[in-house]
Design a protein around this ligand. Structure first.
Ligand code: RI2
Length: 316
């Protein structure tokens, strides 16, 4: 269902960066894995023996980081590979470190997503209606696992303007035999009374327990809260943000207004196209991770356990 990462399509790390930025490669988990893969590719293709390898690797990582600044998954993936490389070693050792570090991150990221589905599926009971938003492979895998356990599930899927990733979710789940009702984003509250649980994805979990996810998630959380429906987000722990633990704010990516409408058709109108919004911890029942269901109040401890002692150099 989640598909394999399109690694064989690329010869050059810059081409991966271009396709993350234009969203041909999308999804916080996939952009992280492909970011790590892009650094692997950088090492495999490296031939500039004159240059100082580690500095050029860091520059390549910065180019990849700048493609989509909100999902900390990408930053954490790039940092994971950089931290694995020993900068004082000979070139051939640093090259093999880069490749090994990327392979380890990619393997562990896929294991993390598979691990969290055990906990996510356990929250979805027989006969449940699950509301989801956008196209989160982690959320979809939880829903599919519950379905494959024999539970009868109905899904409400908001289509997620302007890129309509929710339509991908609707097709994928319907193709798997699940009953799907697709809604326009603004119908979320109207149908929330029929839902038993909300399960969405995550781009970043901040240290205050808040969730950065596809725009519209906040409204869905407010609707769920108003309707008394529990709201969960699926987040592998590499989507938890050490930078916010240091007080550095998460930027919300503003994308091309042309994704919404042709500005030429709206003279004098400013078209706002934020790709994400921030759902406060007060609206989140739990965070589904590979270590279990995390209470938003426990996020700082999870971040400290995961990242403490790691050389974490943030990209600015
Ligand atoms: P998985 C996506 O962002 C959505 O916000 C989704 O909830 C999140 O990434 C996590 O996706 P975009 O890339 O890692 O569509 O669960 O902007 O697949």
């Amino acid at each position: 269902m989640s598909g394999t990462d399109p690694q064989s399509d690329y010869e050059n790390y810059l081409d991966v960066a271009i396709d993350i930025e234009n969203m041909k490669i999308r999804g916080a988990g996939k952009i992280a894995r492909m970011g790590a893969y892009a650094l692997r590719l950088f090492a495999e293709k490296y031939s500039n023996v004159e240059a100082v390898y580690y500095e050029t690797l860091e520059k390549a990582a910065k180019v990849l980081y700048d493609t989509r600044p909100t999902a900390v998954s990408l930053e954490n993936a790039l940092l994971s590979v950089l931290n694995y490389v020993r900068p004082d070693e000979k070139l051939d050792i640093m090259l093999s470190d880069t490749i090994e570090g990327a392979d380890i991150f990619i393997r562990e990221a896929l294991e993390a997503r598979d691990g969290l589905t055990r906990f996510g599926a356990s929250l979805i009971e027989e006969g449940y209606t699950v509301h989801t938003h956008c196209n989160s492979t982690a959320a979809i895998e939880c829903i599919l696992r519950a379905h494959n356990e024999g539970k009868t599930i109905t899904v409400h899927s908001t289509e997620s303007r302007p890129r309509y990733q929710g339509r991908i979710t609707s097709r994928e789940l319907a193709d798997s035999g699940i009953k799907v009702k697709m809604l326009v984003d603004s119908a979320a509250r109207l149908y929330m009374d029929d839902a038993d649980i909300v399960v969405v994805g995550a781009d970043t979990i901040a240290s205050d327990g808040s969730l950065f996810n596809k725009v519209g998630t906040w409204q869905i959380a407010l609707a769920a809260n108003d309707a008394g429906v529990p709201f969960y987000t699926c987040a592998e722990i590499f989507k938890f943000s050490p930078r916010t633990r240091s007080g550095i704010e998460t930027k919300i990516e503003l994308r091309d207004p042309g994704e919404i409408a042709d500005p030429g058709d709206f003279p004098g109108v400013t078209i706002l196209n934020p790709a994400f919004d921030r759902t406060p911890a007060s609206l989140i029942t739990g965070i589904i991770t590979e270590q279990g269901i995390v209470d938003p109040g426990d996020v700082p401890a999870v971040i400290d356990r995961k990242f403490a002692g790691k050389k974490v150099v943030f990209f600015y």
